[in-house]
Design a protein around this ligand. Sequence first.
Ligand code: GLN
Length: 192
Amino acid sequence: MQIGILALQGGYQAHANCVNALGVSTRFVRKKEDFTDIDGLILPGGESSTLLKLIETFDLVSALKDFQAKKKPIYGTCAGMILLAKTVVPQQFSLGAIDISVARNAYGRQIDSFIAMSDAIESPDFGCAQMECVFIRAPRVQSVGEGVTTLLRYRAEPILVRQDHILAGSFHPELSQDRAVHQYFLAMISAS
Ligand code: GLN
């Protein structure tokens, strides 16, 4: 198994470290050819407007859409979640891969970044009762469509959601010690 990590801007190295620590190899994705031979893809946090410009500059929109159409698992963190969402507020281009609406920066500006514990976890999927969550200029999930499952919440609001092969979260598990979200994503790939 090899995991691609979009490595144009933002927190890609930290994601690679997490996946490598779980014994799985990674490949930085910067051009179309990098999509061959990857079984799943992580879109890291960063700045979604900047990421969009770079994705267009490097001509990766169709490669991303093709990868998604093949039902290969994709996990988007923070700006990555914004890229995957169906609706973004304020409006900007997105892949529309998961039926959620997200509001950019709705948890506050950089100075309002915070670390908090998630709400109690009911599902056994993560093997823990609560998870530490790092929020950095995080997007807020405003609504989720019928086909979307909420896996984690903070103050009753969704912060980790899944629709089929797409996983998206507003926080940064790559900056905490717990590898449960990366493990969950690797299990999605193994099952796909
Ligand atoms: N606020 C950023 C955006 O709108 C996301 C921040 C992050 O990825 N940590 O793209």
